[in-house]
Design a protein around this ligand. Structure first.
Ligand code: BGP
Length: 467
């Protein structure tokens, strides 16, 4: 639909940027921090490990001042559970929580709203070894950890995210099961996921009780799935995968019940989780206040052949759809360009995704991740990332169109504020507005996109147009 006039971004729009603890902090065992599953990532030619990351732990003051210079209204980051509670439970690590005190206070001092993710892929290793999310005790441990944070940051943190990309952890468990850990079966993953739903609902309840002024929600990886053609069988395949990959997760969180198609799928595959008495009541009675949307790229799929060839051979990550026997096959889409890492660049898909999420759930939406990973080059002290500027120009414009469509979009936190360790490609793949020079003591260099984004925020997005 075309509009003669676009709705302006609201005056309190949360122009932000995102990171996660294990991807930026470094200091992986400093000041009493316990190990998380992410600390097991091994070095190889592409993947540096996460032990040093962007060394935000030692650079946070300068980094937050750069956020201020950028004009950020919000900073979405995660707290490392094992920095606060080294084994995931038991005694509080005072120095660990003090680090987050300093971060939160400095953000507030600079009028930057902290948006805190409780758990972003970095389960404390001890908890994982005791059974991880498969063990129902982890639900209680997560609740205790959240209680500590809610009580501690009361009045300071008003936006909370429960679990980052629960759906990516089910569909691409490699991100959270580095070498040295046993990869669970699919059935176990679905049980873990069910336990996470219960944990998120309990924490949502706690947040509402302890922090009546705060808002809390999930942050799944959501993307519209296109059918390869108007062949009705392709349409069914797209519906299958969009439901199984995306809506299942939000339907449980928001409506308090499993999507019927997703449930039929789980039954057919023999992976339906065991639901314990009281689980669905807790979930149903504790709905999120908003939905965090991590959007990178749409995907295109075709009808299943169901002949043993539906799963493609190429290696997958969270945006590459591999196909699933009897459910869907991955397909090409010649209308859409892609990044050098094979992720589709689909700004219009962002508008479609936001419209679909909003019309299904009618809750305010916060874009908690979106961005382009690239092999940025530092030359003569500069990073000329015009491709990133063009990416965000197009995506911000489509977000404004979604706003005009009526979507209640409260903010946009691109991934990422600063270069950080990519989940799959280490430091080769950079996302930040700020470059981290790994060869010179992690020094920071503002990229061209930093200055461009600064103007966007300053003008509250009033000069945007798609390229
Ligand atoms: C999301 C994760 C982030 C981040 C991002 C980019 O799925 O929530 O933690 O990693 O994807 O992905 P990658 O690092 O694999 O390029």
């Amino acid at each position: 639909m075309y509009y003669s006039k676009l709705k302006p971004f609201p005056p309190n729009f949360l122009w932000g940027a995102s990171t996660s603890a294990y991807q930026v902090e470094g200091a992986y065992k400093e000041d009493g921090k316990g190990l998380s599953v992410q600390d097991l990532h091994l070095l190889n030619e592409h993947k540096m490990d996460f032990r040093d990351a962007s060394d935000f732990y030692h650079h946070y003051k300068k980094d937050i001042l750069m956020m201020k210079e950028l004009g950020l209204k919000a900073y979405r980051f995660s707290i490392s559970w094992s920095r606060v509670l080294p084994t995931g439970k038991g005694d509080l690590n005072k120095k660990g929580i003090e680090f987050y005190d300093k971060v939160v206070d400095l953000l507030i001092e600079n009028q930057i709203e902290p948006v805190v993710t409780l758990y972003h892929f970095d389960l404390p290793l001890k908890i994982e070894k005791d059974g991880g999310w498969f063990n129902r005790q982890t639900i209680n441990d997560f609740e205790n950890y959240a209680r500590i944070l809610f009580e501690h940051f009361k009045g300071r943190v008003r936006y909370w995210l429960t679990i980052n990309e629960q759906n990516a952890m089910v569909n691409h468990p490699g991100a959270v099961y580095p070498q040295g850990l046993t990869m669970p079966s699919k059935k176990e993953l679905y049980q873990q996921s069910h336990n996470m739903f219960v944990a998120a609902a309990k924490v949502t309840k706690l947040c509402h009780e302890l922090l009546p002024d705060a808002k809390i929600g999930p942050a799944p990886n959501i993307t519209a799935i296109y059918p390869q053609s108007c062949n009705p069988e392709d349409v069914i395949a797209a519906d299958n995968w969009e439901t199984i990959r995306c809506w299942t997760y939000l339907d449980v969180a928001v409506y308090g019940k499993y999507n019927s198609l997703a449930w039929s799928y789980m039954k057919e595959k023999g992976i339906a989780p065991q639901i314990y008495p009281g689980d669905m009541d807790i979930i149903k009675n504790n709905k999120p206040d908003f939905i965090g949307v991590n959007y990178y790229a749409t995907a295109t799929v075709a009808q299943s052949h169901n002949d043993g060839t539906d799963v493609s051979a190429r290696a997958g990550d969270q945006q590459v759809m591999l196909g699933e026997e009897g459910v869907y096959r991955s397909a090409e889409n010649n209308y859409i360009k892609e990044t050098e890492y094979g992720w589709k660049i689909d700004p219009v898909g962002l508008r479609t995704t936001l419209r679909r999420v909003y019309s299904r759930y009618n809750l305010p939406l916060l874009i908690t991740e979106n961005g382009i990973g690239a092999k940025d080059q530092l030359m003569n002290g500069q990073v000329k990332d015009d491709y990133r500027i063009s990416y965000f120009k197009d995506h911000f414009y489509q977000a404004q169109l979604a706003l005009t469509d009526g979507v209640e979009l409260i903010g946009y936190c691109p991934w990422s504020f600063i270069d950080l360790v990519s989940t799959h490609q280490g430091f080769d793949k950079r996302y930040g507005f700020v470059y981290v020079d790994k060869n010179h003591d992690n020094r920071r260099i503002k990229k061209d996109s930093f200055y461009w984004y600064k103007d966007v925020i300053k003008s509250n997005g009033s000069k945007l147009k798609g390229s």
